[in-house]
Design a protein around this ligand. Structure first.
Ligand code: TYM
Length: 342
């Protein structure tokens, strides 16, 4: 079976972008692939954070995975820091990563600019190397993510090829070794729609956990009233009729796409249905379909988060299974890199 891995950071609350760009797309993959979904807590400490909130946010994120339909009879859910191989492989990979590759990362540039010099940790720069470890440890074939992770996936692929070249494959063969790739080179799975959900208050910037105004995003756990209010107040334009793909109308395109994905309709159906609508009518339609879609997820979330023994068991089983796979890869890498065997 081919393997799929992906994860979300336990920072702030999970929003519609995380759901439509990633989590929702994980669900059908469980039926075809061997799937592992992690909560990347080690990534969540790369910017200043509240220590008292990290473990709670980690549990919340796991409960949201389950509530959204990750099924533990098919998939494994685990916490990144519970599988020590992630941090360990990162060190080994760091030695094979040219610093120039990291300096080019758009997310690093953006996040470090926002954080200000004093808050730019070394880990913010080396973050993509940890992400590459998350993926390469499992010999993953596919990684379902939103558009903003594309560059990190590209780096992961290049790094896999570089390590295969330096320590496996061709070079080893030349030296009379057994050869063979150390890592599988993974491919991103970026959805045709929903890969970049935009802010509700500005159709030109992406919906994000860190945007200061909560009005800019729909959180998966927002109540009915909060969702209705956010949609009511979201940015629109003064043109009549609604349409996709008009570059002059980024908000319009974004809200129609959200409606399309949440309602399960096709783009053509939505284009037709909404072409003569005014904003007032559409906003009610959108808010109602969001509320209907998220309600069952919220009910399941409440059940899961209140059963801490169940959640603990899911995470313990998940990390045990993950560690078995990860340790095998890690041992291989140590060996290929020439370390003394334990
Ligand atoms: P994170 O926690 O920022 O986001 C989690 C997932 O949500 C997607 N996403 C979006 N998709 C559409 N529209 C948006 N506005 C939007 N905002 C976020 C992200 O693309 C992502 O798929 N580095 C990763 C976490 C990570 C990871 C991994 C992912 C660490 N290791 C290994 C896959 C495999 C991150 O910070 O995602």
């Amino acid at each position: 079976k081919k393997r799929v891995v992906s994860g979300v950071q336990p920072t702030g609350s999970i929003h519609l972008g995380n759901y439509l760009g990633a989590i929702k797309n994980w669900i059908p993959l469980q039926n075809t692939y061997d799937t592992l979904f992690f909560i990347v807590d080690l990534h969540a400490i790369t910017l200043p954070y509240e220590t008292q909130q990290l473990s709670r946010a980690t549990r919340d994120t796991a409960a949201i995975y389950l509530a959204c339909g990750v099924d533990t009879s098919k998939a494994s859910i685990f916490v990144q820091s519970h599988v020590r191989a992630h941090a360990e492989l990162m060190w080994l990979l760091s030695s094979a990563t040219p610093i120039g590759w990291l300096n080019k990362m758009i997310q690093f540039k953006e996040k470090s600019r926002k954080a200000g010099d004093e808050n730019v940790a070394v880990a913010l720069l080396t973050y993509p190397v940890l992400m590459a470890s998350d993926i390469l440890l499992y010999q993953s074939d596919f990684v379902p993510v939103g558009e903003d992770q594309k560059q990190h996936l590209e780096l992961t692929r290049e790094l896999a090829e570089r390590v295969n070249y330096l320590y496996g494959g061709r070079k080893l063969k030349k030296l009379g070794g057994r050869g063979g790739a150390i890592f599988k080179v993974p491919e991103p799975l970026i959805p045709p729609a929903g890969a970049r959900v935009m802010s509700l208050t500005d159709g030109l910037s992406k919906m994000s956990k860190s945007a200061p105004s909560d009005l800019s995003r729909i959180n998966l756990l927002d109540s009915k009233d909060v969702i209705a209010n956010k949609i009511k107040r979201c940015k629109t334009d003064s043109l009549s009729g609604l349409e996709f793909d008009n570059p002059e109308r980024p908000e319009c395109n974004n809200l129609l796409s959200v409606y399309q994905l949440i309602s399960g309709k096709t783009k053509e159906e939505v284009a037709q249905e909404c072409q003569n609508m005014n904003w007032g009518t559409f906003k009610v339609l959108l808010a109602d379909s969001l509320i209907d879609h998220l309600h069952p997820i919220q009910i399941r979330y409440e059940e899961i988060i209140s059963d801490s023994a169940y959640l603990d068991r899911v995470l313990a089983e998940g990390s045990k299974r993950a560690a078995d796979i990860a340790d095998a890869t890690l041992n291989n890498v140590y060996q290929a890199m020439g370390f003394l065997r334990r």
